[in-house]
Design a protein around this ligand. Sequence first.
Ligand code: HEC
Length: 125
Amino acid sequence: MRWLLVLGLCLTACDDTIIGGGGKTYTPDWLGTQVFFVDQCIRCHPTVEPDIDLPGDILVDVCEETGIWVVPGDPEASMLWRVVSDTGLESDPAVMPFGTGPLPEGQIDFLREWIATGARVEGCP
Ligand code: HEC
């Protein structure tokens, strides 16, 4: 009957199960990006650190093509990618999530891919 115990534990603790090197993974699209923000970022943005409202500011930035946070097709030029990927540059803000980042590559690669493939969004205001 031991498997029943294991199954029980898994139902309560396995929503972050090991896929691709541990931790949760996200789809390289706008939906995946928003889920990522909910999991990793919105506990501070905009409440603790209001300079950026996630995901709202990203949506506006992409829809209005301002390029402040995201430059579609160019992750390295995108501040959003730079803050999660730890560029190591003094001139860049601290790596995010603040205090605990950087996240494992397997968890952030999707973001690079989403930006590189054009950063398509749905629901422009
Ligand atoms: C524990 C709180 C916390 C979490 C979680 C967090 N941040 Fe931050 N964030 C901060 C703080 C504090 C700053 C200001 C850091 C600085 O000035 O060096 C900041 C700054 C930023 C900036 C730069 C803003 C500017 O004005 O240039 C961006 C972009 C950013 N965060 C994105 C994110 C993203 C994306 C995530 C999720 C992966 C995230 N943050 C998670 C606290 C947090």
